[in-house]
Design a protein around this ligand. Sequence first.
Ligand code: BGC
Ligand code: NOJ
Length: 814
Amino acid sequence: MRFGYFDDRNREYVITQPDTPLPWINYLGNQDFFGIISNTAGGYCFYKDARLRRLTRYRYNNVPMDSGGRYLYLRDDVSGAYWSPTWQPTQTQLDEYQCCHGLGYTKISSEFLGIRTSLSYFIPLDDNLEVWLLEVKNSRPTKVILSVFSCVEFCLWDAQDDATNFQRNLSTGEVEVENGIIYHKTEYRERRNHFAYFACSEPLSGFETQRESFLGPYRGWDVPLSVENGHLNNSIAHGWSPIGSHHIKLTLAPGGSSQVVFILGYHENSADHKFNPPESQTINKESLEPILAAYLDPAHAITSLSDLQQYWEARLRTFQIASPDVHTNRMVNTWNAYQVMTTYNISRSASYYESGIGRGIGFRDSNQDLLGFVHLIPIKARQRILDLSATQLENGGAYHQYQPMTKRGNDAVGSNFNDDPLWLVLGTAAYIKETGDWSILDERIVFNNLPGSEVSLLEHLHRSLQYTLIRLGPHSLPLIGHADWNDCLNLNTFSEMPGESFQTATHRDGTVAESVFIAGLFVLAVKEMVDLLQNCGSVDKISLYQDAADKMIRTIYTHGWDGSWFLRAYDNYGVKIGSQDCEEGKIFIEPQGICVLAGLGIENGMAARALKSVNMLLATQHGLVLQQPAFSHYYLNLGEISSYPPGYKENAGVFCHTNPWIMIAETMIGNGDQAFDYYTRINPSAREAISEIHRCEPYVYAQMIAGKDAPSFGEAKNSWLTGTAAWNYVAITQFILGIRPSHAGLTIQPVIPKDWMEFQAVRIFRGVEYHIRVIRHGPGNIVQLQVNGQSIPGITVPIPPADIHLVQVEAILT
Ligand code: BGC
Ligand code: NOJ
């Protein structure tokens, strides 16, 4: 069952009924100011940090779900009937409803009682504000007198404090209203130099800034007393819960229409220009005035929306394809790239499933996100690599995440995840392959934000590898530390205390438990590093690393192979995990993926064997589950993984992030049919037809789909912010379609299904546009390249001379 459809030409998903199984979310914002918005206008916005600079309230895990948003109420002032044109919060049965989630904007249109509205929400490219562009049209044969009420509820900036410290914050709220503009200025009197504002392009008939005055006692957002009465009380909030609500009146002749703009924004003043007059407590609005004047003009608002659309077109042009599969085309051309950009911007901080309070920019997460994102805006990826490495510790270790406002490593969410540092090598290598910008390796960067500790980025990468090399365990495999990629495989935690954080607690010294996953990742990172060192002429450590990687490979073959698949780990007692010998958790997906990606077992048949085991034991119609058999109870020596009921999350859910590793591995053994089959099983667009089972948005990947052990098998959860986005993008574009950047040029090595006779792609790479046509002449994966009509040896199209900007490539597969 579907709840909408893809409009591929406009790059929109069109939702046709408001009560989707879960709120179907979109993101607004590109630089510093962001918002999440649901298909019924729920959600909130923030400047840089969803915890510390949150403008509006959102009630997570509340009922009715998706509570708090960018709400409007329309009221027929003759009959007194009122409704929400976005369905929430009144939930009036609308005569027509449609929500188009587009790239960086959401447009909700509806009709009720002969009144058509269309409401576009977006954050313009370069300003810290949301625009709500409302168009109201009277389709009745008679004149209509309407009231329009807006409403947002302000968050007192620190979302954690706002939700907990009531004894203080019910007394701190302050607002100003000047020329119809509502200013939220809680704590501006003291150490905040920022305030929020909510403005409207039309003259006001009234306003409200005190929540209780707007709603009336004991009422909810669905039945606000002021709206019911048809007028606002011009309340000024002193403490309690400041809101912003405007009241405007529209009289529309039959067929008549009107445009209204609302803007909700964030603004900072310098510390010495906070007040005007300076000795007063009144906000100095001087520097804000030009912004207000510009955006309150509907023509400017419309232009900035089209600028935003052009911006996205320009980004997406970097890689466009025409393949025989519609699901592949729309994910690659639009939605997967868009999701990758969003995960890169927001990391794992603010979504419908992440409160924006607990987590910042992940070290491991960002490095993986940029594998899929780097070609969209390389310069931003460059900055992220520098920011991440500035939080690296001198011993090569990493904080698990840093805070977006301060860019400092955050100890509160733990460190000691021993895979973390290695991802920096992969992220940096991907950046250089995409851009050819070797200068990044010479950038001098601090450790742990400490001035004076600067070394080159290249030295940071050396430290990352050394970190693994000096942390080897009894089998000479890498020690796992707090956990590896699987945050929930906590082999040193041994937590017995209810509620203790699995992500930070460690009750063992960590000298025994080892990870085969990190071993595979190390081999992969060494490959990338050796490639970097060879290309940049810094050869002295090459043989050291090659020897270490060879040794690691031998170790994996000896101590990390279980007969039919790669082992997962050794626990704190030196006992195997992910082995035939185990009763539960006999086989894990991660080492099968990462070891094959690192090239292990390709020559000696182990890779094919491991992948066959994956197929037999982990594959389901909804994707590949993380491990089997699921853990039926809590294991003290395994940690959080066994805290989840069977089939959910890391305990045998389809943890989608890992699936593309297997897709890539399948391409590495030449199996395009299998790779594409796995790709399709979790492709959100391909699952659209079963939206009543999948339940999450059909246009973006979710972190998890409940596995076969779960009662809700097939149900997705935790959509949007997941490494799944980047890895699936890499799997389909670089390994199945096979178009991937390398240091020497653009490599073309498709491993596509046997029944694909042809596909085409346009890829902009290092300033050159490549028009690529792949044609199948035989059933295999052998590639013969023709560049501008000339056959060339090998699978890499060399970088053309500087004056060439267009290259035609034909790849014949036999
Ligand atoms: C989740 C993991 C996540 C970790 C860190 C755990 O509860 O299961 O998927 O990586 O928290 O936030
Ligand atoms: C989600 C985290 O963001 C990611 O870093 C981790 O690798 C996976 N969960 C698996 O635990």
